[in-house]
Design a protein. Structure first.
Length: 170
């Protein structure tokens, strides 16, 4: 190599080369997802962006949540979400997101954009994929790496997942 440590190669139009087993958005995209930024699909700023992180994650503390634990105290959410049991609501909603994520991950394994193993779960594959597969992969990684299973910005998460499902023919 001459002067720099890079290798140039040409990828045909309509394709993307995933060049790392750590590819994807930043491993903590919560600010982006809260703001509705960074994925493929129409953006929407979530209602939670007005509250910011502090109200849910650092509000009133219990022994295991809120305060400086940064674990969300669901009791802090009842200021806005006044109807019903937050545990049940969030569990059902998050279960639905998990089912959709799993179906997308399995389709991405078939498309060779992800690999799966028992210890590490799903992770990016290095290799050439189509633009559509890459966009579905990126959206999957945005939702997966956020770790809220859709709570940070439900409308945007639905957009990201629906876009991925459409691109994968699910």
């Amino acid at each position: 190599m001459s002067g720099n440590d890079s290798i140039d190669f040409i990828v045909d139009d309509g394709f993307v080369y995933i060049n790392s087993s750590h590819a994807g958005p930043h491993h903590g995209p919560q600010a982006n997802t809260l703001s509705g930024l960074g994925g493929y699909g129409e953006s929407s700023t979530g209602a939670h962006s007005e509250s910011g992180c502090v109200n849910c994650h650092m509000g009133d503390a219990t022994e295991t949540a809120g305060g400086h634990t940064f674990a969300a105290n669901l009791a802090n959410c009842t200021t806005c979400h006044t109807s019903g049991d937050m545990d049940s609501f969030m569990g059902e909603y998050q279960d639905g997101i998990s089912v959709r994520l799993l179906a997308i991950a399995e389709a991405l394994v078939v498309a060779n954009a992800l690999s799966v193993d028992e210890e590490e779960g799903y992770h990016p594959n290095k290799g050439l994929v189509t633009d559509d597969i890459f966009k579905a992969f990126w959206n999957y990684m945005m939702v997966d790496e956020d770790h809220s299973h859709g709570i940070h910005n439900p409308e945007y998460f639905n957009t990201l997942l629906t876009t991925a499902e459409t691109l994968l023919g699910l």
